[in-house]
Design a protein around this ligand. Structure first.
Ligand code: ADP
Length: 655
């Protein structure tokens, strides 16, 4: 099909039938013949032009044919898949300091329609952060070699904040001149999305299986071959590991990062062992092994008791970052055999035994507890969440953390300002910055038009971008939707997760044709950028929140956060009416209780101020955009911790 909806076949091509033309030539004299020849040449060059024009139109409106052939099977991933099926984006033209990528220009915007296919937010291809911009950071005199071991990495292997944090932190340290590598599973869903990907080597990794029959344990050991790939994600070097024989293993196979049809505990345990083995066989001996979450916790345990104990890796100190204590990695002894080491080695009270299972037959391991015990330092992602954990909210893990409290603290996450930047974000139809905010109004109009909402600049737009799981305050989100509408606002939810069926039902019934409410129950990185840019407020009513990035991302785009006072939300959002806060620190609307009334206290206030205090609102938007939530600060805190555990100081450090 042509861009104008006609058929690909150019009618002019059909008219130029060579047989008929030849017949015409034979019937005339020499002059006729010359004239016909010249006419033919003209026709031919016009035809060539037409063909080229048609080709370029087709290329600009649809991806190359071989890329469209791929089937879309998972609607939640369809948005992401669509991005990668589009032609790669050209590198961004250099933009002068302070300039906007797309200055506000209403006439230049290609305004979207509600039922575009593919949807309007998928127009620009995904942009990896391009630069490691060392403009403001100090280059280190004593670079550290840091290897992160993680299950997620933004933007291509991201489910939630863990992915954002790993990429942001790694990039901040690369900017300072540290040698950083990120080791992740090479999920089948990652294929085609890693820059400069190269197969490096295959190597054997020990693995065991354990049976118990009639009180007798039987262990069988074998080797499992893994493949190592190198490449880059967002300018950051990665080590991607996967079983060598894709056909022979379904580990990390699936359309999403999590939830494939394999035992996730065993898969990550085997990955942990493979990561250490990969360091050993490639001769890497980093200064810091930075492991994240329960999935990679076994690295800390195996590093000390297997690799370091046998002199196989000598240099590293281990840092664990806990992003969420909701899932701590419960593990049966026989599952631990996936590491090639019997779980019984670690299943003691002082090491990794899950205290809740004492007296059970059998007692189980808690991988996160093991990593807390074995790591040289443990961080979690905000000081308040760290305090809450020590004060009982972490359940039995609180006991372990209290015991290890001298090596435990909270470091508030940063935001990768290369990815989340209202000034340069190419997912937006118009960019903006404090002082030049017209683009934000255009983003709101663009979103309202694209989603088929009432196009009204005066209706406050409340947005929620969230995993839909109980932690995120599902009931409060559900209540905020009609309440916002009742107060004259608009609400857009972008969410996915295991609590999404009720929202899906609401989207398809009550709010199906609502012009002020849109419930979008899927994952889309691109759409999330547009939502933050369009929003007047971003709602984060979490029951608990280790750090929370959405409230900080919201601020980068001049949206005021409405949050429940818990964990990192309490550390980063300060109520505009809090008399104990200096004016420069006030940046949002905060409520404490977990009930609808408490939520209304903050939500109603936000909507009222939006309507009644226009100049004040505008000032607040610009004020929150100026808050420095970048990784520079948090990255520096991590470097200080790395230096403390390794003893490797900067040349000019005298402490
Ligand atoms: P958590 O890690 O608990 O999910 P955070 O607030 O720390 O919460 O990080 C959430 C990250 O995931 C943010 O970058 C947010 O924009 C993104 N996100 C969450 N849900 C979606 C979704 N449905 N589509 C796109 N991005 C999402």
């Amino acid at each position: 099909m042509r861009a104008d909806g006609g058929d690909d076949t150019n009618p002019a091509v059909e008219e130029a039938d060579p047989v008929a033309e030849r017949a015409g030539i034979e019937s005339g004299g020499l002059t006729d013949l010359m004239a016909q020849l010249s006419a033919l040449q003209n026709e031919n060059s016009k035809l060539q032009e037409d063909i080229e024009t048609t080709k370029s139109i087709i290329a600009s409106v649809k991806p190359p044919p071989e890329e469209t052939a791929e089937e879309e099977t998972d609607p939640a991933m369809a948005g992401i898949e669509a991005f990668f099926n589009q032609p790669q984006q050209k590198p961004r033209e250099p933009i002068g300091p302070g300039e906007l990528l797309s200055p506000p220009n209403e006439a230049a915007i290609k305004w979207p329609e509600p039922n575009e296919n593919p949807p309007f937010w998928e127009r620009p291809p995904i942009r990896m952060p391009e630069n490691l911009d060392p403009k403001t950071c100090e280059i280190t005199t004593k670079p550290l070699h840091v290897v992160h071991v993680t299950a997620e990495m933004a933007p291509v292997a991201k489910v939630g904040g863990l992915g954002d944090v790993v990429t942001g932190l790694a990039r901040a340290h690369l900017c300072q001149g540290h040698n950083v590598e990120v080791c992740i599973p090479y999920y089948s869903s990652l294929e085609g999305k890693v820059e400069d990907v190269k197969h490096v080597m295959d190597f054997d990794v020990p693995k065991g299986e354990q049976w118990e029959w009639d009180g007798e344990k039987e262990i069988r050991m074998s080797d499992f071959q893994w493949s190592m790939y190198s490449g880059k994600i967002g300018s950051c070097p990665i080590i991607a590991l996967r079983p060598a024989f894709r056909e022979g293993s379904n580990l990390f196979v699936g359309q999403r990062i999590y939830g494939g049809s394999y035992n996730e505990t065993e898969a990550y345990l085997s990955f942990c062992r493979a990561s250490l083995e990969c360091l050993r066989v490639t001769g890497r001996d980093p200064n810091v092994l930075h492991v994240h979450e329960w999935q990679c916790s076994a690295v800390a345990m195996l590093y000390w008791d297997v690799y370091h104990a046998q002199g196989l890796l000598n240099n590293a100190k281990v840092m664990l970052t806990i992003h969420n204590m909701d899932n701590t990695g419960e593990c049966r002894e026989e599952e631990f055999m996936a590491t090639g080491v019997p779980g019984s080695e670690f299943n003691t009270l002082e090491k990794a035994m899950d205290e809740r299972t004492i007296g059970h037959n059998p007692e189980r391991l808690c991988l996160m507890k093991g990593a807390i015990v074995y790591s040289n330092y443990v961080t979690t992602v905000s000081p308040t969440y760290a305090r809450e954990a020590l004060n009982g909210s972490a359940g039995f893990l609180g006991k372990t953390l209290t015991k290890e409290r001298t090596k435990f603290s909270g470091v508030i996450n940063g935001v990768d300002t290369e990815i989340w930047d209202a000034r340069l974000d190419n997912f937006l139809p118009a960019n903006f910055k404090p002082g030049t905010m017209e683009g934000k109004a255009l983003c709101k109009k663009y979103l309202q038009m694209g989603l088929g909402m009432n196009v009204d600049p005066h209706k406050p737009l409340v947005v929620c971008v969230s995993r839909l799981v109980p932690q995120k305050g599902i009931n409060l989100i559900e209540h905020a939707i009609p309440r916002t509408k009742e107060k004259g606002g608009q609400f857009v939810l972008l969410g996915s997760g295991h609590s999404d069926p009720p929202f899906q039902r609401l989207a398809e019934s009550v709010y199906k044709n609502d012009k002020d409410v849109k419930l979008l129950i899927f994952y889309s990185d691109a759409l999330s950028h547009l939502l933050y840019a369009a929003a007047d407020c971003v709602l984060v009513p979490s029951m608990f929140e280790p750090c929370g990035l959405t409230q900080m991302i919201a601020m980068c785009y001049g949206a005021l956060p409405i949050v429940r006072k818990t964990g990192g939300l309490a550390d980063t959002v300060h109520d505009v009416d809090d008399p104990s806060m200096s004016d420069s620190k006030k940046n949002g609307f905060v409520f404490e209780g977990a009930d609808n009334n408490s939520l209304e206290g903050a939500l109603d206030r936000a909507i009222r101020y939006y309507h009644e205090r226009k100049p004040w609102w505008k000032g607040m938007q610009e004020q929150v955009m100026d808050i420095d939530n970048s990784w520079e600060r948090a990255g520096e805190e991590y470097v200080q911790l790395y230096r403390m555990v390794t003893g490797i100081r900067e040349d000019n450090d005298h402490y």
